[in-house]
Design a protein around this ligand. Sequence first.
Ligand SMILES: [Zn+2]
Ligand SMILES: [Zn+2]
Length: 570
Amino acid sequence: MDNKTILKQLKLQAALMELHDENSFKIRGYQNAVFNLDKTDLDLGSLSLAELEKIDGVGKSIATNINEINQRGISSALEEYLKNTPEGIVELLDMKGIGPKKIKVLWKELGIESGHELKEAANSGLVAKLKGFGEKTQQTIINALEFKEANAHKLHFAEAEKLAEIVIAEMLKITPDIKIEVTGALRRKMEVIEVIDLIVATDDIETIEDALDDAENFEQVIEESGPITWRGTYKELRIPIQLSFCEKEDFVKEQFLRTGSNLHLSLEVKDKLTLKDIVRQQNFASEKEIYAAAGLGEIVPEMREGTFEIEAAKNGKLPELVEMKDLKGILHNHSTYSDGKHSLEQMAQHCKDLGYEYLGICDHSKSAFYANGLKEDRVIQQQEEIDRLNEKLAPFKIFKGIESDILYDGQLDYTDDVLASFDFIVASVHSVLNMNIEKATQRLLTAIENPYTTILGHPTGRLLLRREGYPIDHKMVIDHCAKHNVVIEINANPWRLDLDWRWVHYALEQGVKLAINPDAHEMDGYQHMVYGLLAGRKGGLTADMTFNALSAEEIGKYFAERKQKIAANV
Ligand SMILES: [Zn+2]
Ligand SMILES: [Zn+2]
């Protein structure tokens, strides 16, 4: 069995143990083991019972569970817990913001056994009356359930993009004589995708439809399909597939019409005409020609949102967007010093191997105890190791950073002399996420005013499809960053993409630079850079305004000058 599946089962078991009031010492041991196994490089599926028992922190009982999962797909302990828990309760366990202890109360005291029942109870006010719940928790539950319902069939971009490739390959296998590409929100690189939208050019729709009928992986939903549109599912994917058929000579036009947002296509571009009008006038050989006929430069698919790009194109001010090759280094990454999977040296070596000039290491700070945040002595230890590695890996450079927790009142969590020991600081919120917009905004403003803050990390803390971010006044936050010369992060993790691309253009207008940061917790995490890049491009990000497009020398100078300024002002 693969590690991911094993860990998923172990995590579920830990939650069920809590739900069923097992001994708290036993639960703690279990949770710690799962936390450690999450970071292991061992292939758990290939180990014998004896080998499993030898892993640090894995006792006899966990080793037995893993061994059983390897042998029969599930452990007997988990089977036993599942037998004694209603299915709906198991589903509720992955609801954000409500732990197993509270779910147990809901189950035992109100007899709730499903999300549907819980929503009814919460809406009627019953939940708030339970001991230890109250109005606020009740509202949290309602929000979490509504959020879950609304997102049940959506995917984040990175996953949707991969699935689209699989579906395209399969389509080409069953009907080789077609041209097929992505379109819609997927082609615009939207952060959340509701449908895998594909355009298919063919001279023979009937043959394709017959092939799809025969293909066992495709399942049509007849009621939602039409004469030139096939809608349905692929294998057991949760997300719907849409295939729009067109004739080969109409491919450019049809893909164009299905790619741009409605606003992009219906804004006036020339002589009272919209792009929609222009594209229907004649056949074009390329999208570039369509824009040329409108008197505009070509607008890349990811920018076709109808926000600022038409105006920019009309004025001949389309930005030259940042590209992967412009990115010179990677800031905001974790190592085994806090909650990362790979050592500082592994993270640095891999970054260097990928061709980057520098790595900014930003392990968690001391308040993030749950993530093994660094106390002062370990900060010193890490910085000494960085000095050694910088000699060894030169000219590659590791910059000494930290992801400093923004405390509830906006303060950073080290004293000034410790803060002064870093080259740069990413300030991020990780706790007390339920503030109202005034408080949450003020908290960020205070952190931005701190002279040691170099970069504001993931500004809203959102996890796409999992939890909404805390509410903030984006304008005030961006304006404050402009005033205090603080860079804003576009966290490139596909679950975050925070700063949201919708605010990129405004930030650029205020002169705020953006850093594309993967927040990598393992070497493979660097692969997320591309998603942050796409989010930046959606908002018109240029290389000039991308902080980590600076070379190692330039960014080193920037950090040094900033530090001098702080020292002069203290
Ligand atoms: Zn963070
Ligand atoms: Zn981080």
